[in-house]
Write a protein that binds this ligand. Structure first.
Ligand code: LLP
Length: 404
């Protein structure tokens, strides 16, 4: 995805043509970028030889999942909806792990029935419930237990999950007790220790600390885990300042860990696989001139892309057609929704914009469409996938009928 002269292109397709043809707001993904991300992720962890389970919550599009499956990945799911969708996309049950603090009996039953690789339990009550349901089915079910390693991921507090004040996983003491309990059970087969300390992690230190905690607890437990599921969380370069997680270094840290404990590693990356594959194209509806700033009112809103409103997350905005102009007004890019947090970015020294111009909001492949809603009774946007010069509609915009 880059400019050719003044026009922005996704692979071989001029983005402004897509905007006109499919209307806006419009999610566009690049297949090539997806392919590159998966290959470079695999390359970085080649010596670890992990099972990579794509975190479906980051992007649950059916056709994208299908492509991701074809590129060799499994799935990390957190609801029966995601599980059914992953299976429908052809992902084999033995490559699916199920996480989440509140799996219902219905969800657990379905996962047992489908014989997925692991149900990663997050509390004693859940372990007991899995055991109860397995007993009814006269089955021995493979589980993992998620440890809360009390490790600070040094990321946004809203997407931090590995500290003891977070609802995720169990404490070290509860973890050790659950190992003893599981060993005696005829219906659960404890196979995995899982962790996930947070998302958009850009520094290797938290992972290093997390691995130290794991070493300590495995040593204490004297238990042989067939799998260690390290979760996801690998951050991407939203600011385009070449600051991202050093995957090779992380791989090296894991290899040091594996010298002490022979086990199979599982990863659950979402953002690192899909985040930078997508842009959201939007058209300027109006420009409202303020005293010291201009409001650029887009046709995309917080229902299409929630991250800025929810986490104050920054996504770069770029024009689809570059000009050699510069505005001396501050631009505030906002959506049309009746909420003051419905704004994307405040930008100084942007090129001069006019009504009907197109812009792209960058790096929205992860937690973009998957977090979208019908708030203000707005339809969900169209999604398209570009492969070279081939365009495929992978989700069609809801129409008024769907909504009413
Ligand atoms: N595994 C587990 C157990 C998780 O909870 C998550 C994300 C992942 C894997 C994938 O994490 P990733 O590799 O994508 O960082 N909506 C937020 C992110 C929430 C992440 C929740 N859990 C955002 O837009 O930044």
């Amino acid at each position: 995805m880059r400019y050719k002269k003044e026009n922005f292109f996704i692979e071989k397709v001029k983005a402004s043509i897509l905007a006109k043809k499919y209307s806006t707001p419009l999610y566009c993904y690049s297949y090539r970028k997806l392919n590159e991300n998966i290959n470079s992720f695999k390359r970085s962890f080649k010596s670890v030889n992990p099972l990579i389970c794509f975190s479906v919550k980051s992007n649950a599009n059916k056709l994208l999942l299908n492509e991701i499956r074809k590129l060799g990945l499994g799935a990390d799911v957190v609801s029966i909806g995601e599980l059914v969708r992953a299976l429908k996309a052809g992902i084999k049950p033995n490559k699916i792990v199920f996480s989440g603090v509140g799996k219902t009996s219905k969800e657990i039953n379905y996962a047992i029935q489908k014989k997925i690789l692991l149900i990663n339990a997050e509390s004693k009550s859940e372990v007991l419930e899995i055991e109860r349901l397995a007993k009814i089915k006269k089955r021995k079910v493979n589980i993992g237990i998620r440890l809360n390693p009390n490790t600070d991921a040094k990321t946004l507090s809203q997407i931090s999950t590995g500290k003891k004040e977070n609802k995720f996983g169990v404490s070290e003491k509860a973890f050790l007790d659950l190992i003893i309990y599981s060993k005696k059970s005829n219906f659960i087969n404890l196979k995995c220790l899982s962790v996930h300390i947070g998302s958009q992690i850009l520094n290797n230190k938290p992972y290093e600390k997390m691995l130290k905690v794991l070493e300590k607890i495995i040593h204490k437990s004297k238990f042989n885990f067939e799998y260690i599921d390290l979760g996801g969380g690998m951050g991407i370069d939203y600011d385009n300042n070449k600051k991202y997680l050093n995957l090779q270094k992380y791989s090296h840290q894991i290899n040091e860990f594996l010298k002490k404990y022979k086990t199979k590693i599982i990863f659950e990356p979402g953002r690192a696989i899909i985040g930078n594959t997508g842009i959201l194209i939007s058209q300027i509806i109006y420009i409202k001139e303020g005293d010291n700033k201009n409001f650029i009112i887009l046709d995309a809103a917080m229902n299409d892309l929630m991250r800025p409103a929810l986490y104050n997350a920054k996504h770069r905005i770029i024009p689809l057609k570059k000009t050699n102009t510069k505005s001396n007004k501050i631009y505030e890019f906002v959506g049309p929704i009746c909420e003051s947090t419905d704004k994307f970015l405040t930008q100084k020294k942007f090129q001069k914009l006019k009504e009907k111009d197109f812009v792209a909001i960058c790096d929205v492949g992860a937690y973009g469409m998957s977090l979208s809603s019908n708030y203000n009774l707005r339809p969900k946007a169209t999604e398209i996938l570009i492969k070279n010069s081939k365009i495929q509609i992978i989700y069609k915009r809801q129409n008024l009928k769907d909504l009413i």
